[in-house]
Design a protein around this ligand. Structure first.
Ligand code: NAD
Ligand code: MG
Length: 406
C-alpha cells in the first residue's frame, strides 16, 4: 500500500535527508516488487519557510499535490518559480500537474490535516512547528517527529491528543528512536533507566574559562553530526540533551528521575534502556539520521534503505564518560524544569530559541545563551496546567524578555 507523506520543513537538514530516504525506499522496493507497488512512499506535500529555490526544485522532482511557504513574503517568488503559461507546475519530465501553492504559518495546519496524507513528518525547527504537530495528532495521523520543541512545550497535551485521536507518534531524534527500539525488548513497566547518549558536542573537553571565549564558528563545527544551525548550537550548550530529557519523559511516559545522560563521543550507541533485571538494551548504528527517519516511516516493518551497515572493527573502541554538569548547566536545569512543569518548559525552550538566535546573529557570546535562559526562568510566574493559549503567551513572553535583557 502506498504511504502518503507530508514533509514539514523539507528544505532543512532532516527534510532533505527524509527525501533521500524516500528515494532509497522506493528504489529498493521497485527492485523487489511488481510495478503497482513501485511508489510505496509518495510525497504529497512539502513545506519550507523561505528557501523558495530549493522548495521549487523539490516540487519539480517529487510533484507533490501541495507546497507551502510559511513566510508569506515568498509566496509570489515561489509561484513564479513554479508557474508555466497555463499556471500548472512544470515538472522535470515535462508532464504537467496541478499543484496547490499555500502560504503563511496557518497553512501548515491545513497540510497536517489533509485527508490525502497518512504520515506527517515534522522537520520544522523550534516552536513554529507546534500547531501543525498538534493538528496532525488531532487528525489521527502517523506523526514522524524530529521537531522536539513541541514535545518540550506541550508534551502532556500532545501525548493526550495522540491517544485520544488514535494517532501515532514515532520519534526521529536518534536517541529517542533508539529508546523506542530498545523498549521492544521488555514491558515499559519494567524499565529501570533510560540512558540517553550524547557525543558531548564540540566543547566537551574545554574548561569553564575556555568556554568564555568560544566563537560562533567553533560552536557550529559539530564533531559528528551535520545539522541545522539551531540544533548545532544546542548541542554545543548541551541544551539539545536537556530538551531531549523532557522529550523522552513525554514520549515514553517515564519520570525524569529514571532518565540519565551519558557522554559517548563515538556516537555509535544512540541510547540504552535498562530493565529491572539489570539487562541493558542498546541500539547501535552509524551516526546517520537517515536510519531513524526511515524507521519512523516503515515501522513496524524494516526495509533495506540507504543507511550503510555498522562496522564495529572499523570503529574499534567505544568510550563513555559522565557529562560535565558544571560547564553544561542546561542538563541540571532540565530536571528542575520538568518537575516544575506548567509553562516552565515552554519558557525554557522559547528563551533558548531567542538566545540562540542572538548568538547566531553575533549579538551575544556563547556563555550568555544559558545566562539569558536562566534569567528568564527566574522572572517567570509559572502557570500550572496551561491551555494552548497560555503556552503560546509564555513562549512570546520569554522571547521578549530575552530581547529586553540583552
Ligand atoms: P534546519 O534549520 O536545517 O531546517 C529547518 C526547517 O524548518 C527548514 O525546512 C525551514 O524552512 C523550516 N522552518 C524554519 N523556520 C520556520 C518557521 N518559522 N515556520 C515554518 N517552518 C520553518 O533544522 P534541522 O536540523 O533539520 O532540524 C529540524 C528539527 O529536527 C529540529 O527540531 C531539530 O531539533 C530536530 N532534529 C534534527 C536533527 C538533525 O540531524 N538535523 C537531529 C535530531 C533532531
Ligand atoms: Mg538527538
Amino acid at each position: 500500500m502506498t504511504k502518503r507523506i507530508a514533509i514539514l520543513g523539507s528544505t532543512g537538514s532532516i527534510g532533505k535527508n527524509a527525501l533521500r530516504v524516500i528515494d532509497g525506499l522506493n528504489s529498493s522496493l521497485a527492485a523487489r516488487r511488481s510495478p503497482p507497488e513501485r511508489n510505496r512512499y509518495e510525497v504529497v506535500a512539502l513545506t519550507a519557510h523561505s528557501n523558495v529555490e530549493l522548495l521549487a526544485q523539490q516540487a519539480r522532482k517529487y510533484k507533490p499535490k501541495f507546497v507551502c511557504i510559511t513566510n508569506p513574503d515568498y509566496f509570489t517568488p515561489l509561484k513564479e518559480r513554479l508557474k508555466t503559461s497555463d499556471n500548472r507546475l512544470q515538472t522535470t519530465d515535462d508532464r504537467r500537474q496541478n499543484i496547490k501553492v499555500l502560504a503563511g504559518p496557518e497553512s501548515l495546519i491545513q497540510i497536517a490535516e489533509l485527508k490525502e496524507v497518512d504520515i506527517v513528518l515534522s522537520a520544522i525547527v523550534g516552536s513554529a512547528g507546534l500547531q501543525a504537530v498538534l493538528a496532525a495528532a488531532k487528525a489521527g495521523k502517523r506523526l514522524a517527529i524530529a521537531n522536539k520543541e513541541p514535545l518540550v512545550i506541550a508534551g502532556e497535551l500532545l501525548m493526550k491528543t495522540v491517544a485520544e485521536n488514535n494517532a501515532e507518534i514515532l520519534p526521529i531524534d536518534s536517541e529517542h528512536s533508539a529508546v523506542f527500539q530498545a523498549l521492544k525488548a521488555g514491558d515499559s513497566s519494567q524499565v529501570s533507566r533510560i540512558i540517553l547518549t550524547t557525543s558531548g558536542g564540540p566543547f566537551r573537553k574545554l574548561s569553564a574559562a575556555e568556554l568564555e571565549s568560544v566563537t560562533l564558528e567553533q560552536a557550529l563545527a559539530h564533531p559528528i553530526w551535520d545539522m541545522g544551525p539551531k540544533i548545532t548550537i544546542d548541542s554545543a550548550t548541551m541544551m539539545n540533551k536537556a530538551l531531549e530529557i523532557i522529550e523522552a519523559h513525554w514520549l515514553f511516559d517515564v519520570p525524569t528521575e529514571k532518565i540519565e545522560v551519558l557522554v559517548h563521543p563515538e556516537s555509535i550507541i544512540h541510547s540504552l534502556v535498562e530493565f529491572v533485571d539489570g539487562s541493558c538494551i542498546a541500539q547501535m548504528s552509524r551516526p546517520d539520521m537517515c536510519l531513524p527517519i526511515q524507521y519512523a516511516l516503515t515501522y513496524p516493518e524494516r526495509l533495506p534503505g540507504i543507511s550503510k551497515p555498522l562496522n564495529l572493527e572499523e570503529v574499534g573502541r567505544l568510550s563513555f564518560e559522565k557529562p560535565n554538569l558544571k560547564n553544561f548547566r542546561a542538563l541540571t536545569l532540565a530536571y528542575s524544569i520538568a518537575k516544575t512543569a506548567g509553562t516552565a518548559p515552554a519558557v525554557f525552550n522559547a528563551a533558548n530559541e531567542q538566545a540562540v538566535e542572538l548568538f547566531l546573529q553575533g549579538k551575544i557570546r556563547f556563555v550568555q545563551i544559558l545566562e539569558l535562559v536562566e534569567r528568564c526562568l527566574d522572572k517567570h510566574d509559572v502557570i500550572q496546567q496551561p491551555d494552548m493559549k497560555q503556552l503560546l503567551n509564555a513562549d512570546r513572553w520569554a522571547r521578549k524578555e530575552v530581547l529586553l535583557a540583552n
